[in-house]
Ligand binder design. Sequence first.
Ligand code: TPP
Ligand code: MG
Length: 654
Amino acid sequence: MPKKDPSIKLDRRKFLAAAAVAGATGAVKPAMAATAAAPQAQLRLPSALPPNAHVAAAETGTPQMPSSNEGRPGSDFMVDVIKTLDIKYLPANPASSFRGIHESLIDYGKNTMPEFLTCMHEESAVGMCHGYFKATGKPLMTLVHGVVGLQHSTMAVYNAWCDRVPVLIMGGNDLDAAHRAPGVPTFHSAQDINAIVRDYTKWDDTPVSPQHFAQSFVRMYKIATTPPYGPVMMALDGGLQTEPIREDGDKLYIPKFFPAAPPQGDSGAVKEAARLLANAEQPVIVVDRVARTPEGVTRLIALAELLQAPVVDQGNRMNFPNTHYLARPASVIRDADVIIGMELSDYWNTVNGFIDNGDEGIGRNVTKIKPGTKLISISSVDLITKSNYQDFQRFQSIDVSMPGDAEATLPSLIEAIKAALPNDRKDAIAKRGQSIRDAHVKGLAATKQAAAVAWDASPISTARLVTELYAQIRDLDWSLVSTAGNTSNWANRLWPIEKHHQWLGASGGYGVGYGAPASVGAALGNRDLGRFSVSIQSDGDLMYAPGVLWTAVRHKIPLLAVMHNNRGYHQEVMHLQRLASFRDRVVNIGKDLGPIGTSIMNPDIEYHKLAESMGWWAKGPIVDPGDLGPAIREAVAVVKTGQPALVNVQTQPR
Ligand SMILES: Cc1ncc(C[n+]2csc(CCOP(=O)(O)OP(=O)(O)O)c2C)c(N)n1
Ligand SMILES: [Mg+2]
């Protein structure tokens, strides 16, 4: 290609700047018209001079156009790279720092694979990616505005990190200080935007050439989707997106992606763990995020049945059917002589109890297990610990510790246990199973009895809320995508949860505001898989970023959201009440039901109207428990037509 005359470029830029000024302010037009109409001598000076290009850019924040539009834009090649990976959607809030790739995605890429979904907050976009992955096992990508958009997204990124969920985040950034536009685009640029999320992402990069982008995009996809999964970050320079590609004789290529095999526990340690488990009198299996896939559930059932050992499911995924006779509550660990913990986010807190406030007001801990109990761990979390954020929890000494992925290690562990099981113990093991079966049946009866307490209360009891809800969805291929707020875990205790997609787990980092966006993201995934999505939506959680309700309607995402509207931040109510009692004081409730700063009432928020205003079918407030079943039935019928529906239910605190 012949080299361009730089003076021509300059003229073109000047022309564009003038055009931008005319378009943005209208201030130049009259002066220009005057120039055209009147001879030089009669030119009257305006009372205020029109802004020059520099001032106009600073005032309007209109970023510069690229130096040339000849040749292939870098961002078109980026789209080619992105399309080699199986990324179906791109939930994002728009921003100029990624306008290059945005334009390429929707025009050159025809807005498919990925399809842009309009979000109203970057936290909602990442939360949607988070929920979508848990429903489908496929990662999504998002684009955020460098600095401010990324700052908005951070809590959701932290939740994904703690929950071990891959999210591909790309942030626009204008790195070149000599060329970026002054004013807003410069406020929104940083030397290293990735630093904002570096402590809670698995990897990040800032590519400086199209080829670098291709390598790094495939690399970030691979890192994010290799267990332990996690969010990854890429800063996308504005110039790299918008400038035409100069190939300099080298042909660009796109590396092929092959998934990596997950890491397994060391074979010697697996044998040692098997020996301990096979010879244990009372082995207990504790699981948290074991089942990355439905296969994980099958493998866990095989392990539990082989050992006839109780399984305590800490519930950050659906790991084990709660209808299985070996499903037991956490209290069973007190009798254990061997405990195997798999993908536990908090091993210390599994075997120790922490009493808030305690005798001295600073917390007290008690052991929950017998002295001498052997502890085994398989966890991939050991492979990605970082220093700053304390999600690794208190240190727990472990007898046999295997950094590795539990689901992937289960087949070799099962084989090793089969080989280690002494023949003369087989009867004792079968007997152990029978006594656990009896305890399971008794436990279920006790749970049902507890659920009946205050059945007719108004506001409505949380047990009744989830029971009425289940009655309306039981015959569908339902998926409980989120339970925001605290409904005393009733859904997981009362609903038969047997399939992997029937319970997607919680936020990971306990950052409130996850429930609404994650449930919309999960519902999107479930929509394409033909499942019926249901969420229990708390009031506090919804109000962090309710704009995601609009996204659900705009993109035709069916979801049944039944509200646990206890008109407050009840978790915080309890913290303050408890601490005030400890200090021999009565907590100040002002004119509300909860301590000052914890109520969401006076006025009560009309969530049904909020949802309606964004196009949802909605009903409420439901105060009489007798009205609940019929209202949910109506909502189910609406969701079956492909729309979201919300039922606003006033509930007991938890
Ligand atoms: C981003 C964020 N802000 C504040 C908190 C502290 N917090 C923990 S639970 C909670 C209450 C949430 O209210 P809601 O979702 O209505 O649930 P409820 O406790 O009422 O069931 C709050 C504010 C948090 N965990 N995350
Ligand atoms: Mg609440």
